[in-house]
Write a protein that binds this ligand. Structure first.
Ligand SMILES: [Zn+2]
Length: 253
């Protein structure tokens, strides 16, 4: 698959890090490919991405991977706020409310091709393949609840928490730890675990609306029934498994 180099965005600068660790997936929320190309390549908009993938599966290279494209905006992951400096941004020609409101087969296979290439080149960990809504849950909802994360997980291009055999054992340890540190409510535990996974919890701590947005962002990515107030236990269980996965893989090293 060949990349298309006919369109270039002037919106980039130098990376402040030479390590590329994260891939951020977006959708354009614009109705056509030509609008998206125009938008991402227009100087006055001050936004860009490294790649744009069309509904027909064409991959446009808009900014060199060596440069810092401007796609993440104000964002956060694992304590890092300049996500643009350490990431590659991929825009998808998709809008939930327009004619391009499907993640087409051709778009998906081009995305798979591109992800494989970038992951291999920079040795990016699957848990760092993220959506814009993961790194900016209070501002952004793209790539949205219909984005096929499970397809990427099946191809090992995105992280899926695994059920752990010694779950009971670890459960007790974690529960003990929560008790000692006075994490009594489910909400507090969830926030602690989401922050450990990588999410910015700053706004969700005190505000119910922001808390719901954070749960929505997580649920859209990990495909769980997302209404916290109806399904606290289920959401808690999924996040706990995810959290334990990360602790256990960290300990393995
Ligand atoms: Zn975005």
């Amino acid at each position: 698959m060949k990349l298309i180099h006919n369109f270039k965005s002037p919106n980039f600068n130098d990376r402040k890090s030479n390590k590329i660790e994260i891939i951020v997936i977006h959708y354009t929320a614009l109705s056509t490919l030509s609008n998206s190309l125009k938008y991402l390549c227009s100087k006055k908009n001050k936004v860009s991405s490294h790649y744009l993938i069309s509904q027909s599966g064409k991959i446009y290279s808009l900014v060199s991977e060596k440069k810092r494209a401007w796609h993440a905006g104000q964002s956060y992951w694992k304590g890092i706020t300049d996500i643009n400096s350490i990431s590659i941004g991929i825009e998808l020609d998709y809008s939930p409310s327009e004619i391009n409101n499907k993640f087409s087969l051709k778009l998906n296979s081009a995305l798979i091709f591109l992800l494989k290439k970038i992951i291999k080149k920079y040795k990016i960990r699957t848990e760092n393949i993220l959506g814009h809504s993961d790194i900016a849950p209070y501002r952004k909802i793209d790539p949205g609840r219909h984005f096929p994360w499970q397809m990427l997980e099946n191809k090992k291009l995105s992280y899926r928490p695994q059920i752990i055999n010694q779950l009971d054992f670890n459960n007790n340890l974690i529960n003990e730890w929560f008790r000692k540190n006075k994490f009594y409510s489910i909400k507090k535990k969830i926030l602690f675990m989401l922050n450990f996974i990588g999410y910015d919890i700053s706004l969700a701590i005190k505000n119910k609306i922001y808390f719901n947005q954070l749960i929505d962002a997580y649920s859209n990515h990990y495909k769980i029934y997302k209404n916290y107030y109806y399904n606290k236990k289920k959401i808690f269980d999924v996040i706990e498994v995810h959290f334990l996965n990360i602790i256990l893989t960290k300990n393995k090293k």
